[in-house]
Write a protein that binds this ligand. Sequence first.
Ligand code: SF4
Length: 286
Amino acid sequence: MKVIRARVLGFCMGVRRAVEIALDEAKGVSGHIPVYTLGPLIHNPQVLETLKDQGIAILQEGNFDDLKGKTVLIRAHGVNPQVEERLLAAGARVRDVTCPRVKKSQMEARSLTEAGYCLFLAGEKDHGEIIGIQGYAPDCVVVANPPDAEAAAEKLHRQAPQAKTALLGQTTLSADEYGAIGERIRKWFPELKIIDTICGATRDRQNALKELCSCVDAVIIAGGKTSANTRRLLSIAQSLNKPAWLVENEGEIPGEIGTYAVVGLSAGASTPDTVIDAVEKALYAL
Ligand code: SF4
């Protein structure tokens, strides 16, 4: 079997940065331990296990009674600013490892709201990044897909036809979906200001996978099953009619993959190099 890796795969800048800072903090580089992450740092079980081994515990939201002397890391998806205030009030030392690109969206949300824009926020309503951005623009309307966006725009148009409107999106949306959401809103608000918030890291992994699919017989996506961007890679491969599987580790590689002559390998933005290497090695061993 021949295995071809996608041109771009695995950890993105924001995740690599968050994990490196977390590991540094666990070593006590800033002299503040114990270290906690607010919720799981990223959606990858092996990385979470490594962080646990290094003594980093997960702090659940709401459990902020006494955090004096404790470091709490805010993860790459960012967090609602009110949560950060509560952490500080409980005495925590807050280390914000929000990805700079997500931070930029948060700041845009705040400045557009202050400038009087009615803000549409495209993305998954329950995703941490969207919940965090909402904290900077409490009146924004979250829209999950193009029909949802049009319904929300029509409703706003009935209430405030002259409203100044702007659109921000979750960094991991596909450019096509974000464009379709913008078009639907522009039916009602032609002057809609669209902010380009799509992260190049997501686009690069998706484009590299599309290229890969043109020259392989089947595809393995390595990564966490709860990672949205990893699952999206799987659905892209499947939409291109490639037999494709999402595996969290080499032990999950299906035996059937051995029947294909050329197998493509890609990985989500939260998948560490160690997992990609182990999956590749196991594929060659089939
Ligand atoms: S996918 Fe992009 S926005 Fe999200 S953490 Fe990675 S670099 Fe940042």
